[in-house]
Design a binder for this molecule. Structure first.
Ligand code: LLP
Length: 413
């Protein structure tokens, strides 16, 4: 099957997770249940590192975007592999520290930060604070003057290269406006980047890097835009170096997606890595490291959501498998992004001769509460277990108790 990997496999038409029967796991722990595979996370991490090391001798910092899934086991696992962290809130920074990351390995990329957030960040010795706006830098200056006068605080600038890319308008994080017209709030615009470096260093901060993040969920067709944004980043880094700023790292953000659906052609990671390397060499930049910030790429396909079928319903010619969790409580993506797709597999009969289109409906009071629309599968019965694939990223981390429903337990295999 196109979706099989180290973690999710089909054997004799049954679904296995990390070598164990999905139905047995569901029987043991109950449903709904989020199941994660350690080995798949490690495999994704290794593939990423290997892909970059084939093209570049510059050290790669894999800064895990922990917003995708901040489970402490995942953080510890990745820390042991040598990962770094992309944290976006003070609490994420603190969780990463608790999981054993040194502050030196954490880049704090917040937005709409105030004095209270900044104070929590400034207290962490060695943390790098990514500047999202000149106006944020002003607040940082005030606070430093008042409470952190003697402290050296490492900073980088998140700039907005003027173009972005993502799998839906809400997941595009660079450019002036998203494809649905929403003005994009992130990053420092081109004409203000050098001023940000100057202001930062003249007020006692230590500028160490340049950062961009274009959006989330890139596929093959996104390559042209993404590579143009890489070129822009290199040009901006060259200007900063010419002005005398010594950049330790260039951080290209996250965004390269895993494969969520059969027809999707994945983003050409190798070509991307080679392009970044070539451009840095051509520009003669003196940077010491390249950073990327994958969330989905590392954990999405290492997680599966197991759901129990309550009953099968037929209505106006549609077939519904009504399951025992709601999207918002476990994996909100298909409910909130019309473009999000998650393949769904019948655990006891992965396939058989009679596949029918089944809509997998959650238990919340919203029409949008469906995990998948008209997914071909053997017709499930009450008590059967379904597996929603690609549930490792932005599932639990975005889940709520909407309708006062519980959030599923999480187990590791
Ligand atoms: N770095 C920064 C600064 C980010 O804002 C993000 C994601 C990432 C890295 C990681 O992006 P990834 O590699 O996971 O694509 N809730 C949406 C995704 C929103 C991502 C927001 N920022 C979803 O479920 O698809």
């Amino acid at each position: 099957m196109w979706w099989e990997n180290e973690f999710v496999t089909a054997r004799k038409r049954r679904l296995y997770l990390g070598g164990r029967s999905a139905e047995e796991i569901a029987g043991r722990h109950g449903t709904p249940l989020l199941v994660y595979g350690r080995r798949q996370i490690l495999a994704n991490y290794e593939t990423l590192v290997r892909t970059f090391s084939k093209t570049s001798r510059l050290p790669l910092r894999v800064c895990y975007a922990m917003k995708a899934n901040p489970h402490r086991e995942i953080l510890r696992l990745l820390r042991r592999q040598g990962a770094w962290i992309d944290a976006v809130s003070p609490r994420e920074v603190e969780e990463a520290l608790r999981a054993g990351f040194s502050a030196r390995r954490i880049l704090f990329t917040g937005t709409s930060l105030g004095h209270a957030d900044l104070r929590r960040a400034f207290r962490v010795d060695g943390l790098t604070v990514n500047i999202d706006a000149l106006e944020q830098l002003e607040l940082m200056q005030e606070l430093k003057k008042k409470e952190f006068r003697e402290k050296t605080i490492r900073v980088s600038v998140r700039w907005n290269p003027g173009i972005g890319r993502g799998f839906n308008p809400r997941a595009i994080t660079a450019g002036a406006r998203s494809t649905d017209g929403t003005p994009i709030k992130f990053g420092v615009e081109k004409s203000k980047v050098l001023a940000a470096f100057e202001k930062a260093s003249s007020s006692g901060f230590l500028p160490v890097g340049l950062h961009q993040h274009l959006g989330s969920g890139w596929v093959d067709e996104d390559y042209e835009v993404v590579s143009t944004a890489v070129d822009r980043m290199i040009a901006m880094a060259s200007r900063a170096e010419k002005e005398g700023f010594r950049l330790e790292f260039l951080d290209f953000g996250g965004g390269f997606g895993p494969r969520y659906e059969e027809r999707q052609r994945v983003f050409p990671l190798r070509r991307y890595a080679a392009h970044i390397t070539r451009r840095i060499a051509e520009a003669g930049l003196r940077v010491e490291a390249i950073a990327v910030e994958p969330g989905k790429y590392l954990v999405a396909d290492a997680g599966v959501l197991l759901l129990g079928v309550q009953y099968l319903k037929e209505s106006y010619g549609q077939l519904f498998a009504c399951v025992n969790s709601g999207t918002y409580n476990s994996l909100p993506r298909p409910a909130i992004y019309p473009q999000a797709r998650h393949h769904i597999v019948h655990c006891g009969r992965v396939y058989d001769g009679k596949m029918r289109p089944v809509t997998v409906a959650g238990n919340l009071c919203e029409t949008g509460d469906v995990f998948g629309k008209e997914i071909p599968m053997p017709v499930p019965q009450s008590g059967d277990i379904l597996a929603v694939l690609g549930a490792g990223a932005y599932g639990r981390s975005m889940a709520s108790n909407f309708n006062l429903r519980d959030i599923p337990e999480e187990v590791f295999i």
